[in-house]
Design a protein around this ligand. Sequence first.
Ligand code: PBG
Ligand code: ZN
Length: 323
Amino acid sequence: MIIRPRRLRKNVTIRNMVAETAVNPDALVYPMFVVEGENVKEEIPSMPGQYRFSIDAILVELDECVKLGIKSILLFGIPSFKDEMASSAYDDDGIVQRAVRSIKAHFPELYVITDVCLCEYMSHGHCGIVKEDGDVDNDPTLELLAKTALSHAEAGADMVAPSDMMDGRVAAIREKLDENGFTNLPIMAYSAKFASAYYGPFRDAADSAPHFGDRKSYQMDVRNGREALHEVELDLEEGADIVMVKPGLAFLDVLRETAEMSNVPVAVYNVSGEYSMVKAAAQQGWINEDAIIRENLIAFKRAGADIIITYHAKEALEKGLLK
Ligand code: PBG
Ligand code: ZN
């Protein structure tokens, strides 16, 4: 007697009927980079197909994205001015603040999430204030992060996403938002954010690589799954509305465990290095790009992600890669 589970695989109709996983197109978030200037659409060398846009140019791009069904973006700013207090991060006239105002004016229905971090705005490229000994000074950084989040909220952001990994930042941002009347503005916390080499291309894109040292004192050790879950717990206690695991592919175990323990939705960030590897191999003709993108997105969903932040969002919708 042979046991035959494959009976349900032999025909496409039944295969589709019993498929356990489908990626919800509304659950995709498209990360985008905005720079100063006019009519700028500059391709990021290590991320083919991704660009730095000036505000006028991002509106043109978004028109296309919205038509394809993009419902949400995650916005990163690349300022023209950096200093040791990241002043342009919480400037009402900063690049993200102006971009959000303009985007929301043109696309009120588009859900705009802003990345809240200081590294793009710091002359040294770290995610917080740096002390004389070179260490990041956690507690004073919280005030700057809270101010940054508030200025994004005031500009019209629908959600803020702190990616800095300072202790206590979710609570600090929540308090600041609440004090200023933004009690309904959700926080998506980069909770289990690992000190990963997969962010390399992003740091080229955002010009945010640290000028000395690394981010290992504030981002998670890639060896530690249990500690990552502890970080998730703390963010939940501090009031995170969504928790995130980042990167995705090398951390699917953490994603699965987070999905099991979290009582709020879970996001995964399919980061720059993951994207670049797919693009590079595809350019060489070594992989079937569309099939790989589909498989990766399904993997996130199968592992338990509710929300998938991915540079593939636009092409996935364009080419119908979600089933
Ligand atoms: C800023 C930030 C980073 C990413 C998102 N927000 C880089 C970093 O922490 O060094 C990475 C995103 C990606 O690689 O796509 N802190
Ligand atoms: Zn940062």
